[in-house]
Design a protein around this ligand. Structure first.
Ligand code: NAP
Ligand code: ZN
Ligand code: ZN
Length: 348
């Protein structure tokens, strides 16, 4: 492989800076790609700053990757040199446990290999993510993207898209259901688009009333300011399902009060600190608190194909790599419309 270049964090407190490293050559079932676009997920920020305690430095973030295939191993079937491939949050797994056999590689019992800051199963090196000029991945963990969609706006589907599509499908969100989406950020705006597209009555719950007009344009039937107790009370006991994408610590009780009898709130946001829960909020409506994590390879491809058929992409602000530290600061201020995507040609 040619020399790899990217942006890396070297510890939990400093900015990302240019960084050179090497990747191994692709094996028989692997492809090498030139990264064209990479989305900026809030998980990249949590990881770069070691908020979950599992960072390995130097850490090159990035797991919403769209790129051009530059090399393909002799046994590769899905991709050809010159074609487009997309890579998400995981890049390998044991490939033989029950979840892997079912195509739920993200629940691999031996642990899936993350796109960055994880031990590569092939050579034991530490994986480096998509804030870089290239990537090497097994074709099983790479996806085809619908040719009618804009490549920059597709990149966020590889994490924000599948992480919201999968739970909305799993909990049967659709016509006749009232569904809430907490947080209008990268994940939230995709959850909103999908819930609307699946035919549910979709309510955007936000702490930023200035996002109201946008939420309506993105498909919300209603928008509720979650810090306004009266506005929240007006919806008490009416939701079948709520998807919580909030990135910062927050109290679940005001949201639990919105659920109907037997309603479910599914957490996908991963704040640094876990929420405290008032058990009375659960028992009084037999409510469920659940969690969900990205999606397996077949469901990720299903989601991409669904987006192609329904013309769904992320609403993106494309940035040069040199603005990545500024983008991180803006994420913390909830100032994103609604996903930053790095144009990797700016790395040259
Ligand atoms: P993001 O773009 O920064 O959006 C997060 C949104 O959360 C904000 O825009 C804000 O929306 C809302 N929010 C922030 N603080 C809040 C608070 N105190 N109370 C209520 N809402 C609050 O982040 P993202 O990239 O969508 O990621 C969201 C979270 O999901 C992160 O923690 C990330 O690590 C996690 N994640 C999980 C998975 C998974 O597999 N489970 C996958 C990817 C990401 P408003 O301004 O509308 O309130
Ligand atoms: Zn992510
Ligand atoms: Zn497995």
């Amino acid at each position: 492989m040619p020399q790899s270049k990217g942006y890396a964090a070297h510890d939990s407190t400093s900015s990302l800076v240019p960084f050179a490293f090497t990747r191994r050559d692709p094996g028989a079932t692997e492809i090498a790609i030139e990264v064209l676009y990479c989305g900026v997920c809030h998980s990249d920020l949590h990881m770069a700053r070691n908020e979950w305690g599992n960072a390995i430095y130097p850490l090159v973030p990035g797991h919403e990757i769209v790129g051009r295939v530059t090399a393909a191993g002799s046994d590769v079937k899905k991709f050809k040199v010159g074609g487009i491939a997309a890579v998400g949050v995981i890049v390998d797994s044991c490939r033989h446990c029950a979840p892997c056999d079912r195509g739920e590689e993200h629940f691999c019992v031996e642990g899936a290999t993350l796109t960055y800051a994880a031990k590569d199963r092939v050579d034991g090196s530490i994986t480096m993510g998509g804030y870089s000029n290239n990537y090497v991945v097994d074709e099983r963990f790479a996806h085809s993207i619908p040719s009618n969609l804009d490549m920059a706006a597709v990149a966020p589907l590889l994490c924000a898209g599948i992480t919201t599509y999968s739970p909305l499908r799993h909990w049967n969100v659709g016509p006749g259901k009232k569904v809430g989406i907490i947080g209008l950020g990268g994940l939230g705006h995709m959850g909103l688009k999908f819930a609307h597209s699946f035919g549910a009555h979709t309510v955007q719950l936000t702490t930023s009333l200035k996002k109201k007009e946008d939420a309506l344009k993105l498909g919300a039937d209603e928008v509720v300011l979650s810090t306004d107790a009266n506005a929240m009370n007006a919806h008490a006991g009416t939701f079948d399902f709520i998807l919580d994408t909030a990135s910062a610590p927050h109290d679940l009780d005001p949201y639990l009060a919105l659920l109907k009898l037997d309603g479910t709130i599914t957490l996908v946001g991963l704040p640094e600190k876990p929420p405290a829960v008032n058990i009375f909020s659960l028992i009084t409506r037999r409510a469920s608190i659940a969690g969900s994590m990205i999606g397996g390879m077949p469901e990720t491809q299903e989601m991409l194909d669904y987006c192609g058929r329904h013309n769904i992409t992320s609403s993106v602000e494309v940035i040069p790599i040199q603005k990545i530290n500024e983008a991180f600061e803006r994420l913390l201020k909830q100032d994103v419309k609604y996903r930053f995507v790095i144009d990797m040609s700016t790395l040259k």
